[in-house]
Ligand binder design. Sequence first.
Ligand code: DGL
Length: 270
Amino acid sequence: MAVGIFDSGLGGLTVYNQIAQDLPELPVCYFADSANTPYGTRTADNIYELTTAAVGAMFDRGCNLVILACNTASAAALRRMQEHWVPRDKRVLGVFVPMIEALTERKWGDNSPPREVDVKHVALFATPATVSSRAFQRELAFRAIGVDVEAQPCGGLVDALEDGDEMLAEALVRSHVDALKRRMPHPQAAILGCTHYPLMEKAFQEALGDDVKVFSQANLVSASLEDYLIRHPDMRGDGKETRFLTTGDPRQVTDRATQFLRRKIEFEAA
Ligand code: DGL
């Protein structure tokens, strides 16, 4: 089978879209756990159970490598999965590390000790579960010292985007940015720490102002996948076609996905 891309819903399509542009020959299997989205308001144990069930189904369909294109699953479940659950011949990669490597200006897989970096004040926008896991701060502390992170849990934003309600999503972005700026008036960089949020990148940039550098994950994850597949070609799998699977209603998810990416994306039942 192909390389697997997992998200609780449509957000991982922002990562898929970039991968499809950068690696057009690579067949992928996209899996949306739409019946259980959003994950961002669930407990870590529940996110672990749902993520292992979905990734297990992708392994059963022949995927050797699955990318958790979901920060919430990466933050709440990935470490536990890698330590206790992933079979020896399979791999699961998250989306946090490529983003932190970009922020700290490191090359892929650079494991040298933490050092001072230019950016000192970072705003993190993510789901409530990602924020409360503190996984971003933990991964950052392995690589950089002296960086002040202020995290804003963006309640409601994933639901608005899954429902295709852009007006509500824009209003929520403005109010979450305002709330963050009350605690950190002058962030130098902002991390969009949820794969749904690149869809709102313009709204985030406008609300934050031009002098804030906004980091969005899709291109960073795609570049690190490309690099990984050069070093581990056996992880490509032998699938021939790209497929989109959902635990939700395929017709409804197809409509929403087509609206989300502004091109036809056809989902089938998982
Ligand atoms: N897009 C996901 C993320 O990156 C999941 C959001 C959710 O299900 O709450 O966090």
